[in-house]
Design a protein. Structure first.
Length: 333
């Protein structure tokens, strides 16, 4: 009984946003730790220390909801996609706006190439655009083919290809050099999210209640999981131990990758969960919700990491045990 109480999942709650949090992304591990950016309908994307959720700064300049946000590998640059018909590139250290890229409609997705020289965007006007960030005033390359709004667009296969998901119920693979469609995956309903894991050569796609894992090279389905409710986002642990997912029913689900067994589920938020991602070291995952908060969750509950402190069973027997039990269920970051 005591042990169970000590091992309760205690999320760190990151407040600050005033509207739904619709996208989030981690940097890679840098000499300064790793970082987390969140996109929110309040138009004010925020940068945080990834392992603690501590607020570092807010990128100010958009005049509408921000639908997509990403960081380059070392978090020296950020990019955002917004309803004000722009994508913006920011200095991740100073928070200054570096480039604003005008679009003809709402922008939903942004992604840097590995060398940070190009930015890929996608949105409501159904076109993929590639911007050369050394010549931001130049016209972008445009790739057409989707018949409905693009939700997500990612650089793929060492930036030689592009993968895009749209409301036309397809995921399409494009060759960057020829700008032509290479392959199409069709789904019964619109795809809600994609996660590309180049190190694992895997692609994760969610649609309806299904979480599908694909071989990134062949795009063949490896396995799929069915959740109890429609899923908006899912993420695979960097060592393939487990995957997490969240959606309409406010709950976060964790599945064993090998067996497909549901390891745990708990009500994570006070509204639908729009986005979930593992940290680059796999020690935690972050979720963003309609309730306006980001929450950080431990992958291995009870481990000392970031702001979490391990409580050993023998410590629970001490006379100070009441202090341990009365730890609030949420820690404000």
């Amino acid at each position: 009984m005591h042990r169970e109480m000590a091992m309760r999942q205690t999320p760190l709650t990151c407040s600050g946003h005033t509207r739904p949090v619709v996208d989030l992304a981690f940097s890679r591990i840098t000499p300064y730790g790793y970082f987390l950016i969140s996109a929110c309908k309040d138009g004010k994307p925020m940068l945080r220390q990834g392992d603690t959720g501590d607020w570092i700064g807010t990128f100010l300049g958009h005049k509408g909801a921000v639908w997509g946000a990403t960081l380059n590998k070392d978090a020296s640059k950020a990019a955002t996609a917004a309803a004000d018909f722009t994508a913006k590139v920011w200095d991740g250290v100073t928070g200054d706006e570096l480039i604003s890229l005008a679009h003809r409609h709402i922008v939903k997705s942004v992604d840097f190439t590995q060398d940070d020289n190009y930015l890929l965007t996608g949105g409501q006007d159904k076109l993929l655009r590639i911007y050369d960030l050394s010549k931001p005033e130049a016209e972008p390359q445009e790739i057409g083919g989707h018949t409905a709004a693009i939700k997500k667009a990612l650089w793929y296969n060492n930036d030689q290809e592009i993968l895009s998901a749209a409301d036309d119920k397809t995921v399409r693979l494009w060759d960057r050099a020829t700008m032509t469609e290479v392959k199409t995956l069709s789904f019964p309903v619109s795809v809600s999210s994609m996660e590309y894991l180049p190190d694992l050569e895997m692609l994760l796609i969610t649609y309806g209640r299904t979480i599908g894992l694909y071989n990134a090279l062949s795009l063949d389905l490896i396995k799929s999981f069915e959740a109890p409710a429609p899923i908006h986002s899912a993420s695979l642990h960097p060592e393939k131990e487990c995957l997490v997912a969240g959606g309409d029913d406010f709950k976060l689900y964790k599945y064993d990758y090998s067996t497909g067994e549901e390891l745990e589920s708990y009500k994570g938020h006070f509204g639908p969960i729009h986005c979930v991602r593992f940290s680059p070291d796999g020690e935690l995952y972050a979720s963003g919700s309609e309730d306006g908060t980001l929450r950080l969750w431990q992958t291995a509950v009870g481990k000392t990491y970031g702001l979490w402190k391990c409580v050993l069973p023998e410590e629970l027997q001490s006379e100070n045990s009441d202090m341990v039990y009365n730890t609030p269920a949420e820690v404000k970051a």
